[in-house]
Design a protein around this ligand. Sequence first.
Ligand SMILES: NC(=O)c1ccc[n+]([C@@H]2O[C@H](COP(=O)([O-])OP(=O)(O)OC[C@H]3O[C@@H](n4cnc5c(N)ncnc54)[C@H](O)[C@@H]3O)[C@@H](O)[C@H]2O)c1
Length: 450
Amino acid sequence: MVAEVARTPAPGAPAPVRSLTVTVLGAGYVGLVSGACLAELGHHVTVTEIDERRLGALRSGMVPIRERGLDDIVDRQVAAGLLRFEDARTVDVTKSDVVMVAVGTPSQADGRVELGHVEAAVRQIARGNPRALVVIKSTVPPGTCDRMQALARAEGGTGVRVVSNPEFLREGRAVQDFMQPDRVVIGARDAADAAIVEQLYAPLDASVLHCSPEEAELSKYAANSLLAARISFINEMSAIADRIGADITRVSSIVGSDARIGPAFLGAGLGWGGSCFPKDVHGLARVAEDLGLAAPMLTATIEANLRQRQRALGAILELVGARPDARVALLGLAFKPETDDVRESPAVWLAHELHERGIAVRATDPWALANAERVGPRVTYTLDPMRAVDGADVTVLATEWPEFVALDWPEVARRMRGDAVLDARNALPSDLLRSSGLVYRSLGRDVLGR
Ligand SMILES: NC(=O)c1ccc[n+]([C@@H]2O[C@H](COP(=O)([O-])OP(=O)(O)OC[C@H]3O[C@@H](n4cnc5c(N)ncnc54)[C@H](O)[C@@H]3O)[C@@H](O)[C@H]2O)c1
């Protein structure tokens, strides 16, 4: 039996709208999108940052991350006077109805969540406003809100209350997800605090779910871990599909057509990456471990993901063979399409592994080139996919950008030195590739190839 969570507003009842004064700490994907969208909803928002370059860019009218629609909202709301950018170290939070924490919570070396940025932010807020209502948007382990409230009070913020309001937006669709959320989750001890946070979202036609802070915190981890587990599961199935001569994409659509299951996150391929799934699945596994609990599903989710990457690497090495001067074209560097984020990207991992083995890699991505050049291996980066495939022995689809799927594949075939393509996202038109004279390989669709 599933427990009922309180749900407001009542169907059909128009939500009252009151403009709030909001300060957001952190101008990353979550802080910047949340801040800009809250301004779009009519609130007075100050987004703050400690990174001087990022702050300088924002103040000079540049949006440092790529998200569809974000630039327009930022421009519009800055011009309207509802959105501004300030230095986090000197911002005045005394008049803020809500101070939102959207700073990073990266993994430590052992997988545990690094809470240093959140703690520093909460200390600073408590010193600036001892009665602040703090809303934690960052993804934090269960129990963190209560610990942060105790920390704030120890710091002199005797009236500080800390509420959990996890963010579920997806990079690549962040603005749309913020404006049309499946639900807004508010984890608060006090109904009056919850009501203020709810006011933030009042203009949206959103279902608001109220719960305790730790339920909100765990829900975020559970949601991301379940999504990652679905991908790991279907990737495990893709290995079986390859062995028995089945097409995993057909299997996925049959399985996903079951109303109890649904089609999302059942795409077999190179596996999950990004700034959230890896750190959240590892983080939750550590939470379980610290509680003395076994969490074999989380561990298996991680292991299956690593195994799938190795499988892709093995397939490329097999296609490359013994050529001493092998060249691989890598189509895609972002961890998924529609983002410039390369954090924990399986594509960058592949580039690194191939480079380590002395294979010449030419990599391309429409958005993520600059980020990949900054953190990736010293391979050749080019914006032009046709330059990437020029003279390649093997071409690999590592991120399923629509422009790669729609490449002129007969032209790719003419430009390559070899003829092998690994479709590591199971997204390419296999028949067209084959009719262009290419040898099509995939992770679970090689029905005709083997
Ligand atoms: N990226 C996503 O898609 C996503 C989705 C949902 C939830 N989350 C969670 O939201 C949180 C933020 O993620 P992100 O991807 O936006 O991170 P990010 O690294 O892109 O941005 C965080 C920003 O906070 C700044 N910062 C650090 N300390 C600060 C302080 N004291 N005051 C002001 N700014 C400060 C950093 O300089 C950085 O620019 C994480 O906990 C993440 O797990 C992320």
